[in-house]
Design a protein around this ligand. Structure first.
Ligand code: GGY
Length: 315
């Protein structure tokens, strides 16, 4: 880890620490997950390997960028380097608004929702190169733990979906995934409670919960016990969003929180919503413009270097 200067710690989890670091080569600020693998069970190690494998293939502007994995065998540490998200997480944004009783503007809610739909679309419908043959094949990935704590914001308020620790890759896109749930109960879908089957539509349910929470400043289903929470989720009765939010937003949230997974929209359906479509087109244009601007300013800098060099040879 010689190439990085350690800065302050950002937070911690069961795995270890997340730290802000500076890459010495170019001064770029990154986040570094520091994991002591001596303390990990075989299952946890397998989960970590799976997370890294999933992350390194997932390249999308709305998914936390994975940069490098370094194994320090001498100290039994694994370091995962990723892009730094200066704006912190969405849970903290919601908490700040709740504490001050200030609603989150609807425009901001649509912006976050659109970028989460784009991130989930990449997971659910993305294609990847097949290892041996270099062929492009679908590689559906389920996030399985979408919640405000796993949604990060960069310095420009771009959304970055993170924490793929519980995610799974589905080789067969038609196949639902049966197994015990490991995520956060507030965002757990009804089908998971009754049958323990998880597919792309369960991520859509969690997205509905996140968008609802951004508006109401609390999750749609709250209870004191797990049993009471399960019952409320299975009934699927949700309050209207607070009065300042539009009918259109209410309808999208309600569609995502349908008890029957088949009735919930896919990411493709959501991207066809006029408001979501409009925001995603604008985001795409902005990205293209920023890319062109970066290329142009880089050429200008290179050109200036050349002029300087030429002038120095003549003087
Ligand atoms: C376990 C950790 C999540 C939360 C923690 F950072 F608080 F520990 O995992 C991830 C972290 C990041 C990530 C977070 C941040 C943050 C910045 C701030 C702002 N204050 C320091 C002012 C709060 S959190 C910055 N960059 C990051 N890359 C991203 C993804 C994960 C993950 N588990 O995938």
């Amino acid at each position: 880890m010689d190439g990085y200067e350690a800065l302050e710690s950002i937070g911690s989890g069961s795995f270890g620490l997340i730290r802000k670091v500076r890459r010495k080569a170019d001064g770029k600020i990154l986040a570094r997950k520091e994991i002591d693998y001596r303390k990990m069970s075989t299952k946890e190690k397998e989960q970590l390997v799976a997370e890294v494998n999933i992350l390194k293939d997932l390249k999308h502007p709305n998914i936390v960028e994975f940069l490098e994995r370094v194994i320090d065998r001498e100290h039994s540490f694994i370091y995962i380097l990723m892009e730094y998200c200066e704006g912190g997480d969405l849970a903290a944004v919601i908490k700040r608004h709740k504490e001050r009783s200030i609603p989150i503007p609807e425009e901001f809610v649509w912006g976050i929702m659109t970028q989460l739909v784009l991130a989930l679309h990449e997971c659910h419908c993305g294609i990847a190169k097949n290892g041996d043959s270099n062929e492009l094949t679908p590689r559906p990935i389920l996030h399985r733990d979408l919640k405000p704590d796993n949604v990060f914001l960069d310095a420009k308020k771009n959304v970055k979906l993170g924490d793929f620790g519980l995610s799974r890759s589905l080789t067969n896109p038609q196949m639902a995934f049966a197994q015990t749930y490991v995520g956060t109960p507030f965002y757990m879908s009804p089908e998971l409670i009754s049958e323990s089957v998880y597919d792309v539509k369960s991520d859509i349910w969690s997205l509905g919960c996140v968008v609802f929470e951004m508006c109401a400043l609390e999750p749609p289903f709250l209870a004191d016990t797990q049993a009471a929470l399960s019952l409320k989720i299975k009934m699927g009765r949700i309050q209207m969003l607070p009065a300042q939010y539009s009918q259109e937003l209410n309808m999208v949230v309600r569609a995502m929180l349908q008890v029957n997974p088949k009735r919930r929209p896919t990411t493709t359906d959501l991207l066809a919503n006029p408001r979501i479509k409009n925001i995603s087109v604008q985001l795409e244009l902005k990205r293209k413009y920023v890319k062109q601007w970066t290329t142009w300013t880089k050429s200008l800098r290179d050109y200036q270097e050349w002029i300087k060099f030429l002038l120095s040879t003549f003087s």
